[in-house]
Design a protein around this ligand. Structure first.
Ligand SMILES: [Zn+2]
Length: 508
């Protein structure tokens, strides 16, 4: 079996005994797996030796939440809250789905950028309306297989009418606009579960690195029977029930208007908070919500950059941690973030929580943020047995960074450099399951220039069609703006625009 020996490196293992504390040593990789960690390890005569002196070996980063469907919409929007931005990034009135070749390139581009910037695993909440098509899902899997990344991929589902998932919508939207949104009968629970079962039998486990996960979009967008069936299947297959909860103030108001309680309490009452539950955002949660989430062993994907871009607010991460919730970091899609770099999310998470209040001892520490970006993210993906730390027996998903580079010059504290100084520019080598997928500044699995050429040739026509679609959907913007304004004015006893610091300070 092929061997790689990394010698004399500085290692940040993120395992339970070392955490983010660096130590010097060797790492022996055999096939896909980390075989040994220690000093002066020996390897077979054919082993490839990587000299680690002056280098940092660390676990590959985990992007706990993204949407490949947004990859061609980077750098396109600004100054829009979620409810407005959705109109343009996920238009209500749709064209035909993106063509097969562009679908492949769009997925591939996300995987390429992710690997180059140190993300070895991502959770792609793939959204491909109006249908669930196994051939198209297979195209996404093929792109990730070709790039060499590890991924959880969903086929996101919703089956509640848009207007029934938003507060005030029927009051605010003129009848002639409402009539445009009649798209026929919604997806049934049994049809979606049948689809998921065929995805499990044909795609799940592909190459050992690619998994299917279950992703009901959000509790206000899915019927209770659909979510219950999704949870049963997620538990049966040991995959995440990956969903969005309480990203915006509008969604916080939605729970109270629809069910007389928060959407987290609603999920709890339906028996849908479990270890398998991974919640993107969790910005507008109450103390009681956090208690329920922690008790259930649920996880949160914290999308610090996206939440700022869309004006959603600041998730109460310290209090979620205190409640026992597992936290990973996500970029969210490339349209609400504009990059797929987890290093950026680490830095923003390291900075933004100190704006949340004066109680500086509760601000997040670099070690904690590094844990969220690695082992925490792996837990949110139910992959903590496989990846997220450098440990014997785990898959060799790791990065080698050059410490003789600006972000580390001079070296003080590795974790703090990684969170506050590094942006991915020091990454020399990226390995997924023992395979070197990036080396000397280039991906080894994909001809990057050829992909860029093809994107430059094919994508402008797609974006021209998308611009026309934006124009058609803009008729809904005044309505969405009014819903956003009304929700903003309702007092639900939380102010997440400024995070959790003020409330915490008052309590202590
Ligand atoms: Zn999302």
């Amino acid at each position: 079996m092929s061997q790689i020996l990394i010698r004399n490196a500085t290692i940040v293992a993120m395992d339970s005994s070392h955490g983010a504390a660096p130590f010097a040593g060797d790492i022996l990789i055999e096939g896909e797996t980390i075989k040994a960690i220690g000093e002066a390890l020996s390897a077979g005569p054919d082993a490839r030796i990587i000299e680690g002196r002056g280098k940092l070996a660390m676990p590959g980063l985990v992007n706990a939440h993204t949407h490949s469907s947004e990859t061609f919409l980077r750098g396109r929007y600004e100054r829009m809250p979620l409810e407005i931005w959705l109109l343009y990034a996920y238009p209500l009135l749709m064209n035909d789905p993106i063509g097969e070749r562009l679908l492949y390139l769009r997925s591939l581009l996300l995987a390429m950028e992710s690997l180059r910037t140190g993300v070895t695993t991502f959770c792609d909440d793939f959204f491909d309306p109006p249908r669930h098509d196994l051939d198209r899902l297979a195209t996404v899997f093929r792109a990730y297989d070709d790039a060499g990344i590890r991924a959880n991929v969903s086929s996101a589902v919703m089956n509640v009418h848009t207007l029934d998932a938003l507060p005030f919508s029927r009051e605010v939207m003129p009848a002639e606009l409402q009539a445009l949104l009649d798209f026929g009968p919604p997806m049934t629970a049994s049809a979606y579960i049948d689809y998921c079962r065929s995805a499990f039998s044909s795609l799940h486990g592909k190459s050992g690195r690619l998994h299917f996960m279950i992703a009901p979009s959000a509790p206000q967008r899915c019927s209770p029977d659909l979510m219950a069936a999704c949870m049963d299947l997620a538990v049966e297959k040991h995959v995440p029930f990956h969903t969005h909860i309480l990203e915006t103030k509008t969604q916080a108001v939605t729970g109270h208007r629809l069910h007389g309680k928060s959407l987290i309490a609603y999920m709890h009452d339906l028996g849908l908070l479990k270890r398998n539950t991974t919640i993107a955002h969790s910005v507008w949660v109450s103390d009681e919500d956090m208690r329920l989430m922690g008790e259930a062993g649920a996880s949160v994907a914290h999308n610090a950059v996206s939440n700022l871009k869309l004006g959603a607010g600041i998730a109460p991460i310290r209090r979620l941690l205190d409640a026992g919730v597992t936290i990973g970091l996500g970029t969210d899609g490339v349209s609400s973030n504009d990059t797929s770099r987890i290093f950026d999310v680490m830095r923003v998470a390291g900075l933004v929580h100190s704006a949340a209040g004066p109680d500086y001892e509760s601000w997040l520490a670099a070690d904690e943020i590094l844990a969220m970006a690695t082992i925490g993210g792996a837990k949110t993906a139910l992959l903590e047995q496989v990846t997220g730390s450098i440990e014997v027996g785990k898959s060799a998903d790791l990065l080698i960074l050059d410490l003789r580079n600006y972000p580390f010059m001079p070296l003080n504290n590795v974790a703090k450099h990684l969170v506050y100084s590094e942006n991915g520019s020091s990454i020399e080598t990226v390995m997924v399951a023992g395979r070197i997928v990036m080396e000397n500044g280039y991906l080894t699995t994909v001809d990057e220039q050829a992909v860029f050429d093809e994107i430059a040739e094919l994508v402008p026509a797609y974006l021209a069609e998308h611009a026309e679609l934006e124009r058609r959907n803009s008729t809904f913007e005044p309505v969405m703006a009014e819903i956003h304004r009304r929700a903003t004015r309702i007092d639900i006893g939380l102010n997440r625009y400024q995070g959790d610091g003020a409330g915490r300070h008052l309590q202590s």
